[in-house]
Design a protein around this ligand. Structure first.
Ligand code: NDP
Length: 329
């Protein structure tokens, strides 16, 4: 396993990490979660990602049970939670979502209970809250750090401007600003990491824990032959995600990438994940998996990085940047 510093922070994260969105509680039970986290940990993964909203709190409870059973040295791994949407779904009352001081603090306490931990290593603002003053967010996160309830705080899917505004406030009041951002990053979703955030990497030195390296499974190539039973795009309630990704333009590109991967004697998920972690501004790519075989295959991305030479990276670029043909008018 390779470990990277999280931006300018002292913390080191394994370049591949493991997350629980969709899978924990909805698709897999405690037994499979235990098996997958065990494989991850044994292979050197030291970061497990979670959020209050995942399976409306059940995902954190499941991870908490697995961690308790594993009884690993607490200093050997990093866990996260994220605050914003609340865990009560449609029952959420006004102060049970968002980034007010009240919700950030209460969500932190609740996540600690569910995860059965005394502190969160990483605590993310899952989205920006247009209604909460940024001063309130930064002061609250700083207080939680002083109280030892969280060690680092960060953002997820914030704009570059919003992140820099948090740093401005932190600087003004001598507070601790955000150390990491969690953006989506994969072969089909690149703008923030490759354009918008470049200045922030250079000046502030921000770490990134990127999500959906396989675009929810699309970049594994599994959807080239239709939608397999039990896969994410077959799940009830995930039509919005399926509609976002199952488009002819994306599928054509996946087909060409799949051919390239076969020529390189690596698999399509390995090519896609290796491509993400070739970017030095990625601290860690958070993997998702519902089966042991998927996780083991994806861990092969570490070695597959060597296969992606400059020439191959250029070939990938030509495939993913090809524009769909315009119809003749
Ligand atoms: P991916 O894009 O890698 O998708 C993972 C899913 O793809 C798996 O659950 C599995 O789904 C399928 N898959 C994985 N490997 C293979 C394989 N080798 N062959 C075939 N299918 C495979 O990552 P996620 O979208 O799960 O995101 C990873 C993590 O990032 C999340 O768990 C969460 O922690 C975080 N995240 C954060 C967000 C944020 O807003 N901050 C948003 C989304 C995720 P299946 O078997 O069901 O088809």
């Amino acid at each position: 396993m390779e470990y990277r510093r999280m931006g300018k922070a002292g913390l080191q994260l394994s370049v591949l990490s493991f997350g629980s969105w969709v899978s924990f509680h909805k698709q897999i039970d405690d037994g499979v979660a235990d098996e997958l986290m065990g494989i991850a940990y044994d292979k050197g993964i030291n970061f497990f990602d979670n959020a209050e909203v995942y399976a409306l709190g059940e995902s954190e409870k499941m991870m908490g049970r697995v961690l308790k059973k594993k009884n690993w040295d607490r200093t050997s791994y990093v866990i996260s939670s994220k605050v914003f949407w609340g865990w009560r779904g449609k029952q959420n009352k006004p102060n049970q979502t968002g980034l007010s001081r009240k919700h950030i603090v209460e969500a932190c306490h609740e996540a600690l209970q569910r995860l059965q931990s005394e502190y969160l290593d990483l605590y993310f603002c899952h989205r920006p809250d247009k209604n909460a003053p940024i001063e309130e967010v930064v002061w609250t996160m700083n207080t939680l750090i002083q109280q030892g309830k969280i060690l680092y705080w960060g953002t997820s899917e914030w704009s570059g401007v919003e992140i820099m505004e948090a740093h401005r406030v932190a600087h003004q009041y001598n507070l601790i600003g955000p150390s990491m951002e969690q953006p989506q990053y994969n072969l089909f979703e690149r703008n923030k990491l490759e354009n918008e955030f470049l200045m922030i990497f250079r000046t502030v030195g921000m770490g990134t824990t990127i999500w959906s390296p396989l675009a929810s499974g699309l970049l594994s190539g599994k959807y080239l032959q239709g939608i397999p039973d039990g896969s994410r795009f077959a799940l009830a309630g995930f039509d919005w995600l399926k509609d976002q990704w199952l488009k002819n333009d994306f599928l054509d590109k996946v087909k060409r990438l799949d051919k390239l991967a076969k020529n390189l004697e690596i698999t399509m998920p390995q090519l896609s994940i290796a491509w993400c972690i070739k970017n030095p501004n990625v601290t860690t790519a958070i993997l998702g998996a519902t089966r042991k075989e998927q996780l083991l295959e994806n861990l092969g991305a570490l070695e597959a990085q060597e296969t992606l030479t400059e020439d191959i990276m250029q070939q990938i670029e030509e495939i993913v940047l090809t524009k769909p043909k315009l119809p003749d008018y």
